[in-house]
Design a protein around this ligand. Structure first.
Ligand code: ATR
Length: 270
């Protein structure tokens, strides 16, 4: 990396942020294209989000990714909100310009590009597990792509709220529908820990189904799905694609996807 005094600064804000892999592949992309730019993590406590954004902007930062727990809170702090971000109700990309702060959501398009590597969701029946922050962009993307979406969540009220927002249905137990869906997407945090109890009886999965887990590693859901002949995908492709779309918004350059993916191989991207 050869940075001069006119280097552009980009980054990611979250709390905590130490686990983030975005600096790895964003910096790989800047280097590959010979851009005088750097991408750094900023751990910002929720109590100081507004002040931190103001300070980063004053310091000349050009753009930021926004991750947990700030994606909803930054909605109120932008001057121009992209339509998709407004509909999803979350921002994961900020661009600071002369005209003000622009807020975008690239999670939905990142998810869509990723899942299309596995299976085209158009006309497919999809079970989405979870109704938290990540689920909103996933459900929005699936509806936009023409899928029939069913949402299950441990706390049913949250599933119902999300389903109402996007005009889809909820289910009270994954077991009731798992055999009738083409695609299953896990957006919950279940599987992060090895000893997490399963979300449903994974032996109900059948050959030919597509199973996506937004967690970056091989969870017990993905392992069981592979054993049963399902097509599988972990969270890495979505991570790269959402970041690639942020990169495009900031730089106007075509993101070097192969380079971005390769840079994550030491961290488990296959
Ligand atoms: P994210 O932004 O990653 O989606 P989140 O908004 O905190 O994070 O959402 C976490 C999701 O994981 C929620 O759907 C949550 O279910 P609840 O709404 O019932 O809390 C789900 N989740 C977390 N732990 C879970 C568990 N042990 N069993 C089932 N679902 C769980």
């Amino acid at each position: 990396m050869n940075l001069t005094g006119s280097a552009e600064i980009y980054g990611v804000i979250g709390y905590p942020i130490k686990h983030s892999l975005s600096p790895v592949f964003q910096n790989a992309a800047f280097s590959h294209l010979g851009l005088n730019a750097v991408y750094v993590p900023f751990e910002i406590h929720p109590d100081y989000l507004k002040e931190a954004l103001y300070g980063l902007k004053l310091a000349g930062v050009k753009g930021l990714n926004v991750t947990v727990p700030h994606k909803e809170a930054v909605l109120e702090l932008v001057d121009h909100l992209d339509q998709d971000a407004e509909k999803i109700g979350a921002v994961n990309t900020l661009k600071f310009t002369e005209g003000g702060t622009e807020g975008y959501n690239t999670d939905w398009i990142g998810f869509l590009k990723a899942i299309r590597e596995l299976e085209n969701p158009e006309g497919r029946r999809v079970l989405v597990l979870g109704a938290g922050g990540a689920s909103k962009a996933v459900v929005y993307a699936l509806v936009k792509a023409g899928a029939e979406v069913l949402i299950w969540n441990r706390t049913p009220e949250k599933a119902e709220r999300l389903a109402r927002t996007f005009g889809v249905r909820t289910v009270s137990r994954p077991e009731d529908v798992v055999k009738e869906v083409d695609i299953i997407v896990n957006t919950t945090s279940v599987g992060l820990k090895e000893d997490d109890p399963p979300l449903f009886d994974y032996s109900l999965l059948s050959e030919g189904q597509a199973v996506v887990d937004l967690i970056y590693k091989e969870t017990s859901l993905i392992r069981s799905a592979k054993e049963r002949g399902c097509k599988t995908q972990n969270g890495f492709p979505m991570l790269v694609y959402q970041g690639a779309e942020s990169f495009r918004i900031w730089t106007g350059c075509e993101p070097p996807l192969k380079v971005m993916k390769r840079s994550l191989q030491p961290y488990g991207y296959i």
